[in-house]
Design a protein around this ligand. Structure first.
Ligand SMILES: [Zn+2]
Length: 560
C-alpha cells in the first residue's frame, strides 16, 4: 500500500515537473515572440498614427489613411509589403511558416498563466484573428463614407458664414439635411460590417465591438436599465426648465420644444451665460491650464508644443487626442478652439487624455500601454466636469460660480444629466441598427428621442441628426464606453474630490491597460463600479439619504 502511494506520488511529481517545464518553455517562446512582434509593429503604428493626424489636419485624405491602416494590417499575416528586415526576423524565429498556427497552439495549450503575458497574448491573438478576416468590403464602404462625411464637416464654418441672412433654426436645419445623402453609404457599411464578423462567430458588429473591449453585452443592458431609472425623474425636471423657455428670453416654446430649441438649451448648459465674454490670450489660456495641472504634479508643456489647438475656419469642429508614440512621448491634441472660458472644459478633457498616456508606467508592456476607453474617458470626464461642479476648481481657474443660473440651481452638472439620457438613446440606436440594418433609421431615431429625451417634434422637424454625429458614424461603439465612464468619473470624484486629483497618476494612469478596466476601477476606488455616486455627480443634494441605490440584483430602489 505504502509502495503504491510512493509510486503515485512519484508520478504526480514527474507530471508536475513535465508540465511546469512545458509551461516555462511556452511562456518563454511567447515572451520572445512578443518582443520581436513589438519591434516590427511599433514603427508601423507610429506611421499610422501620424497618418491619422495628417488626415484630421487636412494634409491627407481618409482614403490615404485607410491605405496606411491596411499596410499595418498586412504585417500581421505576411509581412510582404513591409521591409524585408521584419520578414527575415520572422523566418529566423520560426521554422513553421504560419505564425497564427503557433499562436493557436499556445491558445489551446492553456499554458500561459502569467497575467501580464496572458493579457498581451489576448490582445495580439485578437488582432491576428481580426486581420485574418477579410474586411475588404467594409474598408471600401467605410472609406467612401468617411471621405464624404469629413468633407462636409470641414465645410461647416464656411457654410454658416455664407447663409447669415436666414434664421438660425433654418440654417441649422439645412445643414443637417446636407448629411441625409450619406444614409445609403452608412447603411451599406453596417451591412458589410455585419457580414464581415459573421465568420468570426458574432451575430452582428456591435457584439464584436463589445467583446473586443471586454464589455459583456448583458452588463450593458443592466447598466442602461439602471441609469434610465436613476435619471428619469431628474431629467424630467431638467426638461421642464428647457420646455418652459426660462433659459432664454427670446425662446418661448409654450408647448412642444423643437429639436433646434432643445439643442440650443443644451448648449446653454455646456456654455453657461456667466462665461460669456471671458477671454484670454493664447499664452494666458495655456498658462491657466498649465498651473491647474501643475498643482497635481502634471506637466503639459511638451504636449502643447506638438498640438494643433487653435481655431481656423477650414478645420473640423471637434477635439481629439492622439498618442503618436509612447517611446518618443509624442502626444498631441487636435482642436478648433478659441482661447475663451468655453474652451476650458474640452481642453481639460483632452489634456487629461494626453497626461494619462504620458503617465503610463515605462514598465507596462507595449501592447498594454493604451488605456481602456472606459478608463481614459472616465478620467477625462472626471477632470472636465470640475469646471461645473467644483467651486474650488472654479476659483482656481478664475471662473464664476453658476448657482444662480437657471439650469444650475438644482443641478451641479445639467449637461451631464442630459448627456446620460442622450447616451441611453444612442446606445439603443446603435444596438438596433446593427441588429436590423434594413429598418428606417430616422424613424427609429425619433422614436428613441421621444422615449429617452421626451422630444417629439412634428414630422417636418424630424431631420437625420444622427448622421451628423461623430460618435455614430465612427461605428466604434464609444457611446457604451461613455456611459460606463461617467459612472466611473462620479466614483473618482467621490474618492478624489475637487483639486485633490494628484493621486490619479498612481492610482489610475500608471497602469495603462495592464489590468482589465473593471479591475482597475476597483483598484483605484476601493470598490467595483457603483452607481450610488452617479446622481450626486450631476444633482445638488441636500442630504446623502436622497441617494438612489442599487440592490444586489442591479434593480434600483429609492432609499427611504
Ligand atoms: Zn475623451
Amino acid at each position: 500500500m505504502i509502495r503504491t502511494i510512493k509510486i503515485l506520488f512519484f508520478l504526480i511529481i514527474i507530471q508536475a515537473l513535465f508540465s511546469c517545464s512545458e509551461k516555462v518553455q511556452t511562456e518563454k517562446l511567447l515572451g520572445y515572440f512578443l518582443n520581436k512582434h513589438v519591434e516590427r509593429i511599433k514603427p508601423m503604428n507610429k506611421r499610422f498614427n501620424k497618418a491619422i493626424w495628417a488626415s484630421y489636419s487636412g494634409e491627407a485624405s481618409f482614403n490615404e489613411l485607410l491605405k496606411e491602416s491596411n499596410r499595418t494590417d498586412s504585417l500581421y499575416l505576411t509581412g510582404s509589403s513591409t521591409p524585408e528586415y521584419y520578414q527575415n526576423l520572422l523566418n529566423s524565429l520560426y521554422s513553421n511558416p504560419s505564425e497564427f498556427e503557433i499562436l493557436e497552439k499556445i491558445e489551446k495549450s492553456g499554458l500561459i498563466t502569467d497575467p501580464l503575458l496572458r493579457r498581451q497574448f489576448g490582445k495580439v491573438f485578437r488582432n491576428y484573428i481580426s486581420i485574418k478576416n477579410n474586411w475588404d468590403e467594409t474598408e471600401k464602404r467605410r472609406s467612401e463614407l468617411l471621405d464624404k462625411f469629413y468633407d462636409l464637416k470641414k465645410r461647416e464654418n464656411s457654410y454658416f458664414d455664407s447663409v447669415t441672412n436666414e434664421s438660425a433654426s433654418s440654417r441649422s436645419a439645412k445643414w443637417i439635411t446636407e448629411f441625409s445623402s450619406l444614409t445609403f453609404d452608412f447603411r451599406e457599411m453596417l451591412k458589410a460590417l455585419n457580414r464581415d464578423v459573421k465568420s468570426l462567430g458574432y451575430d452582428n458588429y456591435f457584439m464584436y465591438l463589445m467583446d473586443n473591449q471586454e464589455i459583456p453585452v448583458k452588463s450593458i443592458d443592466q447598466m442602461t436599465y439602471s441609469v434610465e431609472q436613476i435619471t428619469r425623474d431628474d431629467y424630467r425636471e431638467l426638461f421642464e426648465i428647457c420646455r418652459s423657455g426660462r433659459c432664454n428670453r427670446e425662446c418661448n416654446p409654450k408647448g412642444q420644444l423643437t429639436p433646434f430649441q432643445f439643442r440650443c438649451a443644451h448648449s446653454r448648459m455646456i456654455c453657461p451665460s456667466e462665461w460669456n465674454g471671458i477671454a484670454y490670450s493664447k499664452e494666458g489660456f495655456i498658462d491657466l491650464l498649465s498651473s491647474f495641472f501643475a498643482s497635481g504634479g502634471f506637466v503639459i508643456d511638451e504636449i502643447y508644443k506638438k498640438s494643433d489647438i487653435w481655431y481656423r475656419k477650414d478645420k473640423i469642429n471637434n477635439s481629439f487626442f492622439f498618442c503618436v508614440d509612447f517611446d518618443d512621448a509624442d502626444f498631441r491634441i487636435y482642436s478648433n478652439s478659441e482661447p475663451v472660458a468655453q474652451s476650458l472644459n474640452p481642453m481639460l478633457h483632452e489634456f487629461s487624455h494626453a497626461l494619462h498616456d504620458q503617465s503610463v508606467d515605462k514598465e507596462v508592456p507595449y501592447f498594454l500601454k493604451t488605456p481602456h476607453s472606459i478608463i481614459t474617458e472616465g478620467v477625462g470626464l472626471y477632470f472636465d466636469s470640475k469646471v461645473y461642479t467644483s467651486e474650488i476648481v472654479q476659483a482656481q481657474l478664475g471662473l464664476p460660480c453658476l448657482e444662480k443660473n437657471v439650469f444650475f440651481r438644482d443641478f451641479k452638472n445639467p449637461s451631464q444629466l442630459l448627456f446620460l439620457r442622450k447616451l441611453l438613446r444612442n446606445i439603443q440606436f446603435e444596438k438596433s441598427i446593427y441588429e436590423n440594418p434594413d429598418q428606417d433609421f430616422n424613424d427609429l431615431w425619433w422614436r428613441l428621442n421621444k422615449e429617452y429625451l421626451f422630444i417629439d417634434p412634428a414630422p417636418e422637424e424630424r431631420l437625420p441628426e444622427w448622421m451628423t454625429s461623430f460618435h455614430i458614424i465612427d461605428s466604434e461603439g464609444i457611446n457604451v464606453n461613455y456611459l460606463f465612464a461617467i459612472a466611473f468619473a462620479a466614483q473618482l470624484e467621490h474618492c478624489y474630490p475637487d483639486d485633490k486629483f494628484a493621486p490619479i497618476k498612481e492610482k489610475v494612469m500608471k497602469y495603462g491597460d495592464s489590468v482589465p478596466w473593471f479591475e482597475l476601477i476597483r483598484l483605484s476606488t476601493g470598490e467595483p463600479l457603483n452607481l450610488n455616486y452617479l446622481q450626486r455627480s450631476y444633482k445638488r443634494m441636500s442630504s446623502p439619504n436622497l441617494l438612489t441605490s442599487l440592490t444586489t440584483t442591479g434593480t434600483p430602489k429609492k432609499e427611504s
